[in-house]
Ligand binder design. Structure first.
Ligand code: FE
Length: 391
């Protein structure tokens, strides 16, 4: 028995932001990040549309990239004071993810953040507010998913919160917002979307409902990401849809160990964060190699390679062709092939190796590991991470 859950309404296409006018409610709290949405005028438009809908609007601004537990608690407090019946989050994955966690703590102030970490254990939401998400980047698809990633900086761990209660009510996928993305962000978020689609397609709970969405997303990313990165506006718009389709797939088919590894290496080192999408891009080829030892997974990767029109007769050849294709994409997007080369070598080799057993243990314990086609042992995960470091 399986469940397939999406937002009630997904508005998409250029100008769809305007649909905010049609929300019905009395008070909206708008959760937003660092300022690009304000600078480009989108935040003002959001406020205007919500006012037009007859709502009083309060802003919660300044959600940082990789939002912290503290930010989530501050936002929940602001919501308890303002008492919104709509939470509207706009921006990259970070403000939307943070708003989802704030939402849960707003509805249940007595619940602690720690209570939310266990997957699919949320209390029933929507007693106080509904949730609308408006993405400005083309990658996380958090506007349609049951996930939010929140970082505990004390522990240096990213927690993927997971529950269908936090699948938004309304998603507005307006490609005009994505036109503002800088080049590097376009590359990283695009590879995040590709990883979502591939992990959803190959994972153990993929289904007839998720497969077509995942495959369509893979084809679209393969076709449009490089052009989008190079500034082609049409391609940029296509990528905004592609990442959303990938999101619909992975929200219901879940992910795999590329994400487990990205979550647990992301904030673990003193040299700096490894940006989520870039981590996925670097780890994906190595994980495909590892997972393809499982025959069923290998067949699934081969299907993807065939659909992309890659050369190869046998399953092994097709898996190799897919790995080559991803390496080629990474190269064209300026993404390094290994952690050692990340941002000019900010992740220290000694620290990486010293923390390897702990990071490997945490990665295995990550919620995304359960649906990976092959469950790695401690030794296998350490070896995988070592390969990701040295290439
Ligand atoms: Fe991701």
């Amino acid at each position: 028995m399986s469940r397939f859950t999406l937002p009630r309404d997904i508005y998409h296409g250029s100008g769809s932001l305007e649909n905010l006018k049609n929300l019905s409610g009395t008070k909206a709290m708008v959760v937003v990040g660092g300022g690009s949405m304000k600078r480009f005028g989108f935040l003002d438009r959001v406020t205007d549309y919500l006012n037009e809908a007859g709502m009083e609007v309060a802003l919660f601004e300044g959600v940082e990239p990789d939002p912290s537990v503290e930010t989530v608690k501050r936002g929940a407090k602001a919501m308890l004071e303002f008492e919104p019946d709509w939470i509207v989050s706009i921006g990259g994955g970070s403000p939307i993810d943070a708003a989802k966690a704030m939402w849960a703590l707003y509805e249940y102030p007595e619940v602690s953040f720690e209570d939310l970490i266990t997957p699919f254990s949320f209390p029933t939401l929507r007693k106080k507010a509904k949730f609308c998400a408006i993405p400005s980047t083309s990658g996380t698809a958090t506007e349609v998913t049951a996930f939010a990633v929140i970082t505990d900086y004390q522990k240096g761990i990213k927690y993927p919160l997971a529950d269908f209660n936090i699948t938004p009510d309304v998603a507005i996928v307006d490609p005009d917002l994505a036109l503002t993305m800088p080049k590097k962000l376009t590359a990283h978020t695009g590879m995040d979307a590709l990883t979502h689609a591939i992990e959803a397609f190959v994972g153990t709970i993929h289904s007839n409902y998720t497969d077509p969405l995942a495959m369509a997303a893979i084809e679209m990313v393969d076709k449009h990401l490089v052009a989008s990165y190079e500034g082609d506006e049409k391609a940029r718009r296509q990528m905004h849809d592609a990442q959303c389709l990938a999101g619909m797939a992975f929200s219901n088919a879940l992910l795999g160990i590329v994400h487990s590894m990205a979550h647990k290496t992301g904030a673990a080192y003193s040299g700096g964060h490894i940006v989520h999408g870039c981590a996925n891009a670097m780890y994906l080829p190595n994980v495909i190699r590892f997972n393809a030892e499982n025959d069923e997974a290998a067949e699934r990767y081969a299907l993807i390679a065939q659909r992309l029109g890659l050369d190869g007769k046998t399953t092994d050849e097709l898996v190799d062709a897919l790995i080559d294709r991803i390496n080629e994409l990474n190269a064209r997007l300026g993404i390094p092939s290994c952690i050692q080369d990340y941002e000019g070598g900010i992740i220290d080799e000694y620290e990486f190796m010293e923390k390897l057993p702990e990071v490997a243990k945490n990665a295995i314990a990550d919620a995304c590991t359960a649906t990976n086609p092959r469950i790695p042992t401690q030794a296998e995960m350490e070896e995988l991470l070592r390969v990701c470091y040295y290439g």
